[in-house]
Structures are given as structure tokens and as C-alpha cells.
Design a protein around this ligand. Sequence first.
Ligand code: NDP
Length: 338
Amino acid sequence: NKRVILKQFVTGFPTEDDMELVTATVRLAVPAGSASVMVKNLYVACDPYMRNRMSEHNDAAYIEQFVPGEVLGIFGVSKVVASGHPDFKVGDLVWGMTGCEEYSVITHPESLFKINHPELPLSYYTGVLGMPGVTAYAGFFDVSKPKKGDYVFVSAASGAVGQLVGQLAKIAGCYVVGSAGSDEKVSLLKTKFGFDDAFNYKKEQDLNATLKRCFPLGIDIYFENVGGAMLDAVLLNMRMHGRIAVCGMISQYNLEKPDGAPNLFCLVAKRIRMEGFMVLDYFNTYTKFEKEMAGYLKEGKIIFVEDVVEGIEKVPAALIGLFSGRNVGKQLVIIARE
Ligand code: NDP
């Protein structure tokens, strides 16, 4: 059983030396009485998230780290060769989390998906019909909430997820632009995947200007795959009520000190929705608010602390005090007593 193990935890960019091909013997059977299945792995998927599993520490970890000396976990397409589980029989084709090896024992086969379309290329279950496909579909339709005519920008647009997001956006009637890291990829976006426009981010000096050129009216949806400088430039070009589906930030995965807000990847790992809002948009709900809040105050369910000073001449000091934390509670100034 040839298998790829992690040799050591990785810092910075991973190298081939961080992994090793080893051989172990294998018996094509599952332990007697277990509900495991043994699979022969046919295809495995190389996915960016695997880099995160190679770090010893990952504050934003959403999946366990790999263990040095042990086989890499990996998404794959496999054929069942032995089964102790009633739902799986020898010969079944499945996809899901397996090991980067020729044969794997899957102890929780409930996590595997049966392959229902064997007439399509089996390899598609590592991509368009597998994890990246679900990522693109859910991230675009569920998280980005597209509307016909929306302006959509996709980074890492020629990759597994990005190429699908772009095509789904076209199906949804959006205008879509992609960025990628070579002219060849850019041409693929425009000629094969039907993106309305595309650019090679490595050749652009000023991403803000590039995005302004591509989106003179701004961006409604950004499907974020890369993070870093691109995200920063996109923020300047978002339209009112735009949506950013934070799918990944691959430009940050190998940096020991991420750019900008170093913990931004927590948005992904913790499925955080970070959304701007303005009180102005809610003043039309004031009547409901006032009634409810006045009720809480009268019932003593809410108390409110004020920091009161008297005299208009105290305004500047009171105002400045906000920035050194001098106020305790709501700072206000009495100008006149009734
Ligand atoms: P891709 O097939 O897009 O492969 C990765 C691509 O990322 C590379 O080909 C490269 O393309 C681009 N890239 C690499 N380094 C950088 C960099 N420093 N700056 C900008 N681009 C870079 O991968 P996937 O489609 O599988 O994944 C895309 C993103 O989606 C990743 O961030 C991944 O982590 C995320 N993801 C998130 C999931 C989730 O559940 N949230 C699930 C699956 C993926 P180029 O030549 O264009 O630079």
C-alpha cells in the first residue's frame, strides 16, 4: 500500500520534502465485526485547505491537523473492496474523505457519498460534482444571494471553485469578471467559461484602478478566494449592500504573518457573517423600537448609565474624553435645565 505521509509540520511554503512516499502492507479486508469499509482509491483531490492541516498550530483551525508520520487525509473517489457496513457493498463507487494511499480503511463510511452518475467522468467527483462543486454552489447561491444583473467578481477564477462560480453567475444572469495569475488562465476564463471579462492580477500595478476599470458601477458580489491585497482593493469597489462570500484566502496560507488583519481567516473557519449597517436605514422602525424599549425601561429589564456634565463650555472636553475613555456610559452635556 503506497501512501503519502506528512514528514514534519510545515512553516511557510510547503515543499515536497515535507511529505514522503512510503510503502506498507495491506490486507484487503475490514476488521471482523467492524462497520468499516475498505476502499481502493481511484482519484484524490489536491485542495488548498490541506496546507492549513500541515501547520502545527492554526488558531483558525476548523479541521484537525495532519499528524507527522501518518497518511495525509484527502478527498478522493474510491471503490469499495471490502465492507462491514450494511449500506456499502463491494464494487460501490463513492467519494469523500479518504487517505492519500492506494487502499484505505474508512471507519465512518457514513461520511462517504455514493456516486450516482457513473456515466460522467469519475474524476468529476473530486471537483465539479465533489467538494469544490458544493463550495461554489453554496457559496454563490446561499451566501452571495445573487440577483439578475448583479456585478460579480471572482478571484482565483480559473481554479476548481472559481471557474464554477463564474459559470453559475452567468446562469443566474449576472455580469461576471474573474482574476487569475496567468494570461493563459485569463483567456480560459473569457473563451471557455464565459466570463464577461478577466484580468491577470500579476500584471496589474494598481488593483483598485483595475477593478474600477472592470466595474465602473462597482461590485455587488465578491467571491473571495485569495484575501490580502485583492480583498483590500475589492472593499473600495463594493457597491451599497454588496455581499462578500469569504470562501478562502489562499494568498495568506503560507505567510507566517498574514497581511492586514491577521485573524481575518476566522471569518471562514467560524462561518462568521460580517456585515456593515447604518442606523439611518432603521429610523423607519423607530415607533416599534421606542414602544419596546420604553417598556423594558419601565419594567426595569434594561438600565442605562449616563455620564452627565453641565454647561455648553464642557462640550469639547466631553467630546475629546470619548477617545481617552474618560466617560463612563453615555456622555451627555446639560445645556439648559427646563
Ligand atoms: P484552485 O483550484 O483555485 O487552486 C488554487 C489557485 O489559487 C492557484 O491555481 C492560483 O491561481 C491561486 N493562488 C495561489 N496562490 C495565490 C496568491 N498568493 N494570490 C492569489 N492567488 C493565488 O483552488 P480551489 O478552487 O480548490 O480553492 C479556491 C479557494 O477556495 C481557496 O482559498 C480555498 O481555500 C477555498 N476553499 C474554501 C472552501 C470552504 O469550504 N470555505 C472549500 C474549498 C475551497 P492563480 O494562477 O490565479 O494565482
